[in-house]
Ligand binder design. Structure first.
Ligand SMILES: C[S@@+](CC[C@H](N)C(=O)[O-])C[C@H]1O[C@@H](n2cnc3c(N)ncnc32)[C@H](O)[C@@H]1O
Length: 338
């Protein structure tokens, strides 16, 4: 369904000459309006991907099927999404492979779930956990819109990972765990129990205080390798004749990534030969172990209930437009090409 000429029900990204993007879902007889005129959907249906269509005001629009990275940035969102640059790092450094059993929490808007589903493929399993029903619904609708049907490898459980994970999986049966949540340190025990020896845990956190707390909690608990942490900065480049230079604007900060690997049962730690830097755990170091942190404590903006209800409606409507493709249409088959 991501190949061939445009068909009714396809999402198409239109780019105007100023680089502004609009995403539409093709329906016979419909028109896409701007303040100066319109583009007919019928001019796109049957045309190849990468077509240029003319707007009634004489402007040309480039029409392309959105890539996963485009879709994630334009889909309805309940919670902040993992950006494509970080999703790419997560898939690679958590070593998500076709056929793997992967646990993910929370699901949020489902952006990262889409990359994980692509990486595990139809033969893998992605068990995602989200404690908010409304976010889970947005994520499910976004995945249905993107893949065109329910992905066979995916299950979404509404509940807190700490309670829900031990009920969902047996000890030592999960290959990889991905945590994108406020307090990943609260989940280390259940995740450690679920992971196979050598399994990978990757945490995505927004602040250095979270990064430190998850690393120190894992060290104290034992049973994990030494944490490895990093961030990635991606700077776009402007390319025009001799004017070849970095873009003036960039996303300065998205989040930090941290990986740990599960040690075999009974192995508590692998002693480091290097001593901690002098003062690292000196008198100024105060471990934050018991305090509860809220999203606001970490500077996160929360959405109003009204805005969230609108997002749920938008996500559901987009999925329903996709569902409107007839049952026996070949585009409903085979998510593997998605
Ligand atoms: C930043 S969002 C995740 C975004 C998601 N990775 C994406 O790319 O769209 C964090 C989510 O974790 C959920 N969450 C936090 N703690 C959780 C827990 N212990 N169990 C399940 N979900 C949790 C929150 O409700 C929130 O939706």
């Amino acid at each position: 369904m991501r190949r061939g000429p445009f068909r009714p029900g396809d999402r198409v990204q239109l780019t105007d000459p100023k680089g502004r993007l609009h995403t539409i879902t093709l329906e016979p007889g419909k028109t896409f309006h701007t303040h100066r005129g319109h583009v007919r959907h019928d001019d796109l249906i049957g045309a190849p991907d990468g077509t240029v269509v003319e707007h009634t005001a004489g402007t040309d629009y480039l029409a392309l099927r959105p890539l996963l990275s485009d879709f994630v940035l334009s889909m309805p969102r309940g919670a902040q999404v993992v950006y494509p640059k970080d999703a790419g790092q997560i898939v690679t450094y958590a070593d998500i492979f076709p056929g793997a059993t992967v646990v993910e929490a929370g699901v949020g808007s489902g952006a990262l779930s889409l990359s994980l589903l692509r990486a595990v493929g139809d033969t893998g399993r992605l068990l995602s956990f989200e404690r908010r029903e409304d976010f889970a619904e947005i994520a499910r609708a976004n995945a249905r819109t993107f893949f065109g049907r329910e992905h066979p490898a995916w299950s979404v459980t509404v509940g807190d990972l700490v309670e829900a994970l031990p009920r969902a999986v047996g000890p030592g049966t999960v290959d990889r765990v991905v945590l994108d949540m406020l307090a990943p340190w609260d989940c280390l025990d259940v995740v450690g129990e679920a992971l196979v020896p050598g399994g990978v845990l990757i945490c995505y956190v927004a602040t250095t205080t979270q990064l430190s707390r998850v690393a120190e909690t894992a060290r104290r608990a034992g049973g994990w390798t030494e944490p490895v942490a990093w961030e990635s900065l991606v700077r776009g480049w402007h390319l025009e004749g001799l004017a070849v230079r970095p873009e003036h604007r960039m996303h300065g900060h998205t989040g930090f990534l941290l990986t740990l690997r599960r040690l075999a049962p009974g192995v508590e730690e692998h002693r480091r030969t290097k001593r901690p830097a002098p003062g690292a755990y000196g008198e100024d170091y105060t471990p934050v172990v018991e305090e509860e942190w809220s999203a606001e404590d970490l500077g996160e903006r929360t959405r109003t209930e009204k805005r969230l209800r609108r997002t749920v409606r938008d996500a559901r409507a987009a999925a329903e437009a996709r569902d409107a493709i007839p049952e026996n249409d070949p585009r409903r088959e085979g998510v593997s090409g998605a």
